[in-house]
Design a protein around this ligand. Sequence first.
Ligand code: SF4
Length: 210
Amino acid sequence: MAQRKPRQQREEATLAYELHGNLYLNITYHCTLRCGFCPKYQGVWNVQGYDLLLTFEPTTEEVLAAVGDPARYREIVFCGLGEPTLRLDTLLAVSSALRERGARHIRLNTDGLANLVHGRDVTADLAAVLDSVSVSLTAQDAATYNRHTRPKRTDAYPAMLEFLRAARGQGLDVTATAIDGLEGVDIPACERLAERLGVRFRGRVLDAVG
Ligand code: SF4
């Protein structure tokens, strides 16, 4: 368990940050993956002008206070330099409260490994409080995926594909993403795979939050 920052430093942490009319939520610094292209593995926690370094796990109340009025934003997105579903209870509680407070659209950006990590299908829980999910497909095959994301679990790639299917089955608006330009990543092949899984596809630009 990480050491909690003193109160003043907790208040200085960036738990919510605004980009292109959306509000992004930074609720954890832990990840299931160790992506070679991730800025935090180069010691860089600054994303598009925001310092996303966390050394503590914020509470539901702290995240909600950082949001303020959710109705001001076109979309609220769980997306920081950590995997939001590792804090599933906080994610669900924050999203549910944001819904009650008038959030227009809530999206989760995820590695798609929540079912693997939690040992059960959590997509129904997610569908109850979210509008859409964007899942890092990353690559068209397990070998390329493993090379770039360096998962702690060997069964990550098939688990992520199964998560995509399950999330779609729950009626969520699901988009698979891959970063255009990463070595060995075949964007048209990723797009075809997404199509076979029945989900949308979006090619991403490295280091661009979206
Ligand atoms: S899942 Fe995202 S935050 Fe985590 S290591 Fe990969 S790129 Fe970085």
